[in-house]
Design a protein around this ligand. Sequence first.
Ligand SMILES: [Zn+2]
Length: 343
Amino acid sequence: MKALVLRAPGAPFTLEIVPDPVAGPGEAVARVLACGSGLTIQHYKAGRIPLAYPRIIGHEITGEIVEVGAGVGGLAVGDAVTAYYYLFCGHCRMCLANLEPLCERSGGNVGKECDGGYAEYIKLPARNFLRLPDGLDYRAHPAEIGVICDALATPYKVNRRTGTRPGETVAVFGAGGGLGIHQIMLSRWAGARVIAVDIAAEKFEACRRAGAVEVVDAAHSDVVEALRDLTGGQGVDVAVDYVSSSATLEQAVQSLAVKGRMVTLGGAGKVFRVDAMQMLLKELDLLGSRYVTRSEVLDTLALVARGELWPLVTDIRPMAEAEALHERLEQGTVIGRAALSIG
Ligand SMILES: [Zn+2]
């Protein structure tokens, strides 16, 4: 099969012919139609997150099952699928509580500890393939359907984590990024008033189109003051921080209203300072959110199948242009998500 192989940190992709994967017991193989290209896998490619080489990255796939291994039930050749990003044991306390991202014996991630979707075929534990619901035209839109399992499902889970309610105000930090844009959509979908916070002015229009009613230019204004001004001095009910630098985390907490919730995920994951008295007096919740469960991926797929949401994929390229696409990811110029068209 054709595959985009990484052979060293920061090295360009090499488009190679490698052996087709073969399903062992408990595994399945899918033909890949498309694979999303987000900042997480650009971190892998750039060598900022260590990998074992050679490695095929990518996890936001749309595919069709072409082979199932011994002992696999519930999955058949021809099934349309996407992938679940975390490798999990399926038997620990966390897995049995439907909390696969917190698996006590996690095997890592698809496209990181095992080969991923930047290839014509992908082999995974069968339980990592999630069947697409009826009503998704995955053959016409494989790139959009592929990114649901992360770019759309992650913000869906954030809504649950923060308990966002209709009428509340949500500030999204890093709103112009691939996850941020989809968080705007999901927060709006939940009935919230959404304020986008970013430093990339060229992405503000996309933030508004996604559903943000206000935009705060973090490069040229005091974010905490701006968010207070936009909420009549009250502060925001929910702050979602996809940047998670020390500065944004502190701004996010300081922007919260009474009973406010701040959630950190992705990004820099830095140490930050918080005033415990403010936490107490305002009964704040400071939360972390780690990817999603398999059932949350299914929930999000169902929302798209019902026509309630549609992912924003603005740059879809063939495998031969992967290097150019990742150059755009590195520069941060992609609006929404990018993807490779493969099958
Ligand atoms: Zn487990």
